[in-house]
Design a protein around this ligand. Sequence first.
Ligand SMILES: [Zn+2]
Length: 306
Amino acid sequence: MQSRNPVHRRLTRHWPILVFTLGNGGGTIMCYFLDTTLTSSFKGVWSGSPRAQTLCQIYTSIFFLLMSILWWLYWSLYQSNPGFVTLGSGDVPSQGLQRQCPYCRCAPPLRSRHDHQTGRCVVKFDHFCSMLQTPIGDLNHARFWLFVVLQAFFAMWGTCVCWEATTCLQPLYNRTAQVACWKVHPGRTVLLLLFVLFTSSAAQGLSGLAMGHSYLACTAQTTYELLKGAKVSYLASHYASYDGPQMLPHRVRGVRLLLRQHLKFRHPPPAPFNQGVIENLNSFFFQPKPIAYHEQYRYAGTVSQL
Ligand SMILES: [Zn+2]
C-alpha cells in the first residue's frame, strides 16, 4: 500500500535512484581513484604503444557502452508501463474472461493481478520491484531480465577489478610484499577489500535473480504464480492433480524445493502457459505485448473454476 504521507512517499519513490547512482556511478569513480585496471585503461587511451592504446580504447568503449545501456534500462524501467489495465488510453484493454477487479473495478484479462503498490491491475504481474519502483509485468519483464543480467555482470566485473587491484594479497605466499603493501597503502587496501565484499555479495544476489528469471522465461511462469501456486484461481485446477508442494515458500527453502522437483523428481510445478522452451523465449522476448493469454491457456478443469 502507498503511504499517505507525501514526504515518505517521495522518499520511498526516490531512494532507489540514489542507491543505483551511488552503486554504479560512485563505484566506477572509486575504481578509477583506487588505481585499478580501469584507471590504467582510461589513462592508456592517450599513452603507451599504438597496440596498447587500441586495447585500452576497446576496453574503455565496451565499458562505457554497457554502462550506458545499464543506465538507459534503469530509467526506461523506472518510468515504464508494465501493462496497466484500465479504461484510459495507452493502457491494456480488457480481453478474455470478463471478471471484475474488486479494487480498481476494471475487467482485467487472464493472468493479470491487482498491484496494491500502484493501485492498478497489471497484465502478467510478476512482482513489484522496490529498486525500480515499478511492478514487473508483461510489457517490461524482458527489459527487467536484461537489466538484472547486466547489473549482475557489472557487480562481478567490479569484484574482479577490485580483487585484482589488491596486489597486497597476491601472491599470498609473498609475505614481505604483503607487509610492505599494507604499510604503504593501508587505506586503499581496506577500501578495495570492502568494495570486493560489497560487490561480491551484490553479484551473488543478482546472479541468483538473473537465473530465477531465466527459469521463469523458459517455463512461461511468473514469480507470483510460482509462489502462490494453487491459490491462483486459474492454476487451482492444475494443482489439484499435482503431488508437489501447493505453494512455494518465499525463502531459500522454496528454491531448494523447486530444484528438487525439477532435478530429482522431474516433476515441475504446473505451468499451463508453457509452450516449450523455444516458443516461450520467443514469446518472452520478441512477441508483441500484451499477449492474449486466454488463447494460450490450457484448461485442466472446468471454466467455472476460473
Ligand atoms: Zn485492479
